[in-house]
Design a protein around this ligand. Structure first.
Ligand SMILES: O=P(O)(O)O[C@H]1O[C@H](CO)[C@@H](O)[C@H]1O
Length: 292
């Protein structure tokens, strides 16, 4: 399970990447956004863009999944200075978990205060429909139960404490704001609040696994986000998570439905405009430098 043959990045390695980026752009982002599968169009709405391919950024991993372009984009969204990952890294791509979460500490060193983590997810909650947007209330870190937590290993106090709390992982004020913004936009019919569960993937869940996860309290399931959130909270970032329900999890043995990545990307395209409006309006309303 652990892929620890590579040397971990030190604090200084992270500084090298952050300083390189700061020397190449005049932008000083306070909000970071991670685009989930098929949700990369979100990054295109940034104004005054400065963009870097992951391949040109020192120490950055590469995106290998269809629907994850592999660009870091700086710019303004609804008047707020942002940096946007158009493409994230997943454990199933073969990266050690500390590499999957590497960009989060870079955001921290760039001066980011708040992170918006988005993903595509399967809907376990039987009331959820394809196209619903779930504001993440909490998570289940199933790989973490087996010791796969991105904070395993030596702790560098310059990033954060050895034992960070996760009981407040998803900021309550931001969750409330997201629900208010959803109502104001007339999106109430498809805005939900629920629990996201991460699995390592890349295989989708079996029917028995979906049933089990739902019994455990998960409303949606995916293969990302949680590790990023743990590292973000460790270094003091404020977090809001949004899942686009791209497919219904298969819960019945007589169903002929099969989850697939094409459907995930298609739903992303179908909901793209409203998803962008939602995130952009939310960004416009986030208060910055407020000592949360
Ligand atoms: O979580 P994101 O990156 O949005 O992608 C989700 O979609 C892919 C499966 O279709 C998996 O990578 C899953 O995690």
């Amino acid at each position: 399970m652990f892929q620890e043959d590579e040397k971990r990045f030190s604090y200084e390695d992270h500084k090298t990447t952050a300083d390189w980026l700061l020397s190449k752009t005049h932008h000083r982002p306070l909000i970071a956004i991670i685009c989930g599968s098929g949700l990369g169009a979100l990054a295109d709405s940034l104004k005054d863009q400065v963009s870097f391919k992951y391949s040109e950024i020192p120490n950055f991993p590469q995106s290998t999944v269809h629907g994850h372009a592999g660009c870091l984009i700086f710019g303004n969204l609804n008047g707020k200075p942002c940096v946007c990952m158009k493409g994230r890294f997943h454990f199933y791509e073969g990266y050690p978990i500390w590499k999957v979460t590497f960009p989060i500490r870079i955001f921290h060193l760039l001066g980011v205060e708040t992170i918006i983590v988005t993903n595509a997810a399967g809907g376990l909650n039987q009331e959820y429909k394809v196209g619903d947007i779930m504001v993440i209330k909490d998570h289940l870190n199933l790989p973490g139960f087996a010791g796969n937590n991105p904070l395993v290993g030596p702790n560098d106090e310059r990033f954060g404490t050895r034992f960070p709390s996760m009981s407040d992982a998803y900021n309550a004020d931001l969750r409330k704001l997201a629900c208010t913004v959803g109502k104001e936009l007339g999106f109430s019919d498809f805005i939900r609040e629920g629990v996201y569960c991460v699995l390592s993937g890349p295989s989708f869940e079996t029917i028995a696994e979906c049933r089990m996860l739902n019994c455990l309290g998960a409303d949606a399931v995916g293969m990302s986000t949680v590790h990023e959130v743990i590292v973000a909270r460790h270094c003091g970032l404020r977090v809001i998570g949004l899942s686009l329900i791209t497919n219904k999890s298969v819960m019945e043995y007589d169903s002929s439905e099969k989850p697939n990545h094409e459907e995930v990307l298609e739903t992303g395209k179908w909901r793209a405009e409203q998803f962008q409006t939602f995130v952009s309006t939310l960004v416009g309303r986030i208060e910055l430098n407020n000592n949360f």
